[in-house]
Design a protein around this ligand. Structure first.
Ligand code: NZQ
Ligand code: ZN
Length: 380
């Protein structure tokens, strides 16, 4: 095992009907008014909004509302909501939605104390303060409900960057899997792929943290099995619940303990895909680049991928493990190439430039520009 520090202060209320806990939690923390951040209306269609309003009103908490956060959320929206948070003197930020809404809420929570919220992403300005964050999760994918990360796109510069701060872990997150029955299967599958990718970013970094690797084998297999069940029956609550919890565990610290801090090359590359093409869902982009990365890296050193092929996909040969992975994503109806994602061949030079902007792709297996170019060709 490598040395590690584990920190996770988020209180989770998991299960059917748990949205009712929200008002009491905020009241206990002395919060009298909050700003709710939301997306483009799914929470009104599936009753989540009504449930949230009921619990807040029961506990006397005043709510202002900021709607319209899109998937692959933008800096301009964050700036708009920071202004609302200041104007309404929000005491807390409440995110009701998926990763995009939660990440926007986190950036707003820190951004109200910064000269500009983008400072959180690209300068050495320390984040020393943030409003308390509460979340009601409606899409299991990113783990944002129980971590200190946020990812936002600056559409002017086409940079989709992340920041981490211990100050933006949600105080409380509610995960009621029933509210995810309204998801189209495509979003469920994208979320499953994102969770698998979070595990894999850690998984291949060393081969000796057996306890964590064993947890990660089980998480991956459960995610695949539950997603298969949800393809057949979107209202399968046993599958919804298990998938939801696996996705939280995939990026709340647990899945990487004793491994290194993770590689994150595939995430960096995918973030550039969706920075350039905001219609590309994060999980779907990962479903294209991650199998290609495994294929590319296994040509150099197949031994790193033997355990994964065997334990997750039941295959002795790495190339057959990769094949099983790709077949599964295809069976879930996901894109299998960058071409499928709608990326044009003429975009590739600009994409490469965007990916290489920080001069560092991959924290463990560092990729040069030539490596990334070869990888893109493999994924195209
Ligand atoms: O706009 P609304 O109405 O909210 O609809 C959303 C959106 O259209 C819809 N949706 C969410 N819950 C639903 C639902 N539709 C029906 N029923 C429900 N219960 O789903 C669509 C996608 O939502 P989004 O929040 O964008 O998806 P996701 O949770 O996958 O978040 C993706 C974003 O998170 C970032 C990604 O890069 C991307 O920007 N990530 C954040 C991370 C983190 N904070 O730790 C780590 C990840 O690696 C990732 O980068
Ligand atoms: Zn991800």
């Amino acid at each position: 095992m490598e040395a590690f520090t584990f920190y996770n202060p988020t209180r989770i209320h998991f299960g059917v009907g748990m949205i009712t806990q929200l008002g009491a939690e905020m009241q206990l923390a002395g919060i009298k008014s909050c700003l709710m951040v939301a997306g483009n209306g799914s929470i009104k269609e599936n009753s989540v909004y009504t449930q949230v309003m009921n619990t807040l009103s029961k506990h006397g908490i005043k709510v202002h509302e900021a709607w319209g956060v899109r998937a692959n959320p933008t800096l301009s929206k964050v700036r708009e909501i920071v202004a609302i948070a200041k104007e309404t003197k929000a005491e807390a930020i409440l995110a009701v939605g998926g990763g995009s809404v939660i990440d926007t809420a986190k950036t707003v929570a820190a951004g109200v104390f910064l000269a500009d919220p983008w400072d959180a992403f690209c300068t050495d300005v320390p984040i020393v303060k943030a409003l308390p964050i509460y979340t009601v999760l409606t899409l299991s994918a990113t783990g944002s409900e129980m971590n200190g990360n946020a990812v936002i796109s600056n559409t002017e510069t086409k940079q989709k960057w992340a920041f981490y701060s211990p100050l933006v872990y949600p105080k409380v997150s509610i995960i009621d899997p029933t509210v995810q029955c309204s998801l189209p299967f495509k979003q469920t599958a994208n979320g499953a792929m994102d969770a698998i990718a979070h595990i894999l970013e850690y998984y291949f970094t060393n081969q000796i943290a057996f306890s964590t690797l064993g947890i990660d084998d089980a998480l991956q297999k459960t995610i695949v099995e539950m997603t298969d069940r949800l393809k057949l029956n979107p209202s399968d609550l046993i599958a919804r619940g298990n998938l939801a919890w696996c996705a939280t565990l995939a990026l709340n610290g647990i899945s990487g303990l004793g491994l290194s801090g993770g590689d994150w090359a595939c995430h960096q590359i995918e973030h550039s895909f969706s920075a350039m093409h905001p219609d590309i869902a994060h999980g779907e982009g990962l479903g294209v680049i991650m199998p290609a990365w495994i294929e590319y890296m296994s040509e150099k050193d197949p031994s790193r991928f033997v355990r994964w092929s065997k334990n997750v996909w039941g295959e002795d040969s790495v190339s057959r493990g990769i094949m099983r992975f790709r077949e599964k994503l295809e069976a879930w109806g996901m894109a299998t190439s960058m071409r499928d994602l709608g990326i044009k061949e003429r975009d590739l030079p600009e994409l490469l430039e965007l990916i290489m902007i920080t001069d560092k792709v991959g924290d463990v297996s560092k990729l040069s520009a030539a490596d990334v170019e070869a990888l893109l060709m493999l994924a195209y």
